[in-house]
Ligand binder design. Structure first.
Ligand SMILES: [Zn+2]
Ligand SMILES: [Zn+2]
Length: 169
């Protein structure tokens, strides 16, 4: 997800560009590629290119309770500043200030959105993902997925014959 901004860098402050994003990328670092769509809006500021993206995708997660795989829609919205590392006209290296953001525009005036998208996608993934709100989970004894039906394990309550006995006692 690379965008060349050499033209935009030469325009005046306030100049903008809009880009459609539509590609498959490994956005949450699990080695799988997920189709990601959306829009990125680029704004030339005094010192940088401000990138605002609104993306959506669907990733595959593992349920925290039943360990089943399920598809989870993900909205990835972010706004990040990309600072140039070289002067667009002279090609001379630019000093980066200490408080500089993590993101830079490389010496070919290219913005690579992949890392920003990855960081924000990972943050958008729920910590304890559930395949559904009322996921029944796994049986603690036999490991059966209780979403797919009950197992044959005895229900944990006192055997009725014993309860009769306790009454006598
Ligand atoms: Zn589940
Ligand atoms: Zn069971």
């Amino acid at each position: 997800m690379q965008i060349n901004v050499s033209q935009l860098l030469q325009e005046s402050i306030g100049a903008t560009r809009d880009y459609e994003i539509n590609e498959a990328a490994d956005i949450i670092g699990d080695g799988k590629k997920y189709a990601t769509q959306g829009e990125c809006h680029l704004l030339r500021t005094q010192r940088s290119i401000l990138v605002k993206c609104a993306l959506s995708t669907e990733v595959e997660l593992t349920c925290n309770r039943c360990l089943g795989q399920f598809r989870h829609p993900l909205k990835v919205n972010f706004e990040e500043e990309f600072l140039p590392t070289v002067d667009v006209l002279s090609g001379a290296p630019l000093p980066l200030s200490e408080e500089a953001s993590n993101f830079t525009i490389d010496e070919h005036h290219t913005i690579d959105l992949s890392e920003a998208i990855r960081q924000y996608s990972v943050m958008a993934v729920p910590m304890k993902a559930l395949c559904k709100k009322d996921c029944a989970g796994l049986c603690q004894r036999c490991g059966q997925n209780l979403n797919q039906g009950k197992c044959d394990c005895p229900v944990q309550e006192i055997d009725p014959r014993w309860s009769e006995l306790t009454k006598l006692l």
